[in-house]
Write a protein that binds this ligand. Structure first.
Ligand code: BES
Ligand code: ZN
Ligand code: ZN
Length: 493
């Protein structure tokens, strides 16, 4: 599908379908139609009230087909409602048989912020267009060849600028979705690291790449990561990317992004039951999420320095695998009693966070599919956030709200900290059974943050996949949710 920006339709465009929106109003339900439009002879249409998401097809003459998209009450429309409407609209058009589609962008604008709304149209279309069909023998080819976004209010130059900005993010989200959806027999640690290295080389500027292999990880004393990797057929990897912006201002910050990259989570010796194990290819979602946010910020030319650290291994079982009851000393010297090898995400993140602290960032954001408990607390819709710095937490919450992603804080209290004190070591990797599981994960991670660096932990276990309520996400598989929030934070901090 080719996305084209225009200020008007030319006769040579041979449009198969004209799409325009209409708001609910007392006078007419086709209120956005200009006098020059062939549709203008329809004052109103029976049974079409321009309710939100209501659609009607009209054929004003034999050469013209129009789809009118209801946006409901103009005063009640929001950015997110627009984003969702455009995404479902795009998917419904894609399912039909039109090759050239023209969308009247101006008819979607609900207030003066038309540039932002124009960017939402593009964002919704590019996110909704994503599918993962690599392993389908028969692909669902889109019939849409050309999608013309027509606007009199936005100049072609402005349209291209808006597209460039949006595309940095949507392309990175779709890249992350591909990684998360990729199957574990293809995307194992060494392969994953290679894909990232290659993507950086091909697409990003001012980024240095360091990939730690097993020897180097041993030298770094990342024993917790090594303990998770012990049962694996593949070497672990730590991908360490540094973006140094060309121009840094006095207010430029250094942000470190850290992600859990478990390419498959069997649970290790604390083996997951079959039902709970299927789907665990997405356990590297945190690392793909932070990489996508990093990638988007680099493409968009962030003025902040950004470090991205991905801790990568699978969590498998063989005769070398770590036994529950083992005690391992982490990179920061703390001894950890591993009582459950399925609580592995916090172990690999522990060493990665300690390593991240050594880069001396102003703030650290980590993302991980860390706990099943997060789904119990928040369902699939809300991302959990915990951290040690109220200012950073507030700022992340605001970043999420601005891009309409659901992010909610959970508390860290002393009692939770006490719950992971170990009888034989400094700490243990689980707390009391079924109690505050998501927060327990966070208090464990907190042990590996040093020098009072501001830190937030995002538990994306719920939001990482299957966001069937979000039309701009595929109903199954990776969502890419939280990339926009982290990107927004990194760009504007
Ligand atoms: N990767 C899982 C978390 C998870 C579970 C994400 C289900 C999404 C859906 C993680 O490694 C894990 O297994 N956590 C355990 C921790 C427990 C042993 C303390 C869990 O949540 O059961
Ligand atoms: Zn696990
Ligand atoms: Zn896991």
């Amino acid at each position: 599908m080719e996305l084209i920006f225009a200020q008007e339709i030319k006769n040579t465009d041979q449009v198969d379908l004209n799409v325009l929106s209409s708001f609910q109003s007392k006078e007419s339900n086709l209120n956005s139609i200009s006098k020059t439009n062939p549709l203008s002879r329809f004052k109103s249409v029976k049974n079409f009230k321009a309710e939100y998401n209501q659609q009607i097809m009209l054929t004003p003459d034999e050469n013209t087909t129009c789809l009118i998209n209801g946006l409901g009450d103009k005063t009640k429309l929001t950015n997110e409602k627009l984003r969702r409407n455009v995404a479902s609209l795009y998917k419904s058009i894609k399912a039909k048989n039109y090759s050239v589609v023209a969308i009247d962008a101006d008819s979607f604008f609900f207030n003066n912020n038309s540039k932002h709304q124009y960017s939402i149209l593009i964002e919704a279309i590019l996110l909704a267009d994503y599918t993962f069909e690599k392993y389908k023998l028969k692909k669902n080819e889109s019939k849409i060849k050309k999608l013309i976004l027509v606007s009199k209010k936005i100049s072609i130059k402005e349209a291209n600028e808006i597209f460039e900005k949006v595309n940095c993010v949507t392309e990175s989200i779709n890249f992350a979705r591909d990684l998360i959806n990729e199957v574990p027999n293809v995307l194992y640690s060494t392969q994953y690291a290679k894909i990232i290295e290659q993507d950086v080389k091909e697409n990003l500027k001012n980024v240095s790449v360091k990939i730690l292999n097993k020897e180097q990880i041993k030298k770094e004393q990342m024993n917790l990561l090594l303990s998770v990797n012990a049962g694996s057929a593949h070497e672990p990897r730590v991908v360490h990317l540094t973006y140094q912006p060309k121009k840094m201002s006095k207010t430029s910050k250094h942000i470190a992004l850290v992600g859990k990259g478990i390419t498959f989570d069997t649970g290790g010796y604390s083996l997951k039951p079959g039902d709970a194990m299927a789907g665990m290819k997405f356990d590297m979602g945190g690392s793909a999420t932070v990489y996508a946010a990093f990638r988007a910020a680099v493409l968009a030319g962030s003025e902040n320095k950004i470090t991205c650290i991905m801790a990568i291994t699978d969590n498998a079982v063989n005769s070398n695998a770590t036994f529950p009851d083992s005690v391992i000393t982490g990179r920061n010297g703390k001894t950890v009693e591993i009582l459950n090898t399925d609580a592995e995400g916090r172990l690999i993140l522990a060493d990665a966070l300690d390593y991240a602290c050594d880069q001396k960032p102003d703030a650290i954001i980590d993302a991980a599919t860390l706990t099943g408990a997060c789904l119990i607390a928040f369902g699939k819709e809300v991302c959990a956030m915990l951290g040690n710095d109220e200012k950073l937490i507030k700022s992340m919450k605001a970043s999420a709200e601005e891009v309409d992603e659901y992010l909610w804080q959970l508390p860290i209290i002393q009692e939770y900290r006490d719950d992971i004190k170990s009888k034989v070591a400094e700490i243990k990797n689980i707390g009391s059974p079924r109690m505050a599981g998501t927060a327990i994960g966070a208090v464990f991670l907190e042990h590996f943050i040093k020098n009072d660096i501001a830190w937030v932990h995002l538990d994306i276990a719920g939001v990482c996949e299957a966001q069937s309520h979000l039309p701009y996400c595929p109903p199954h598989g990776a969502s890419g949710v939280m990339v926009r929030t982290i990107y927004n934070y990194v760009m504007n901090v």
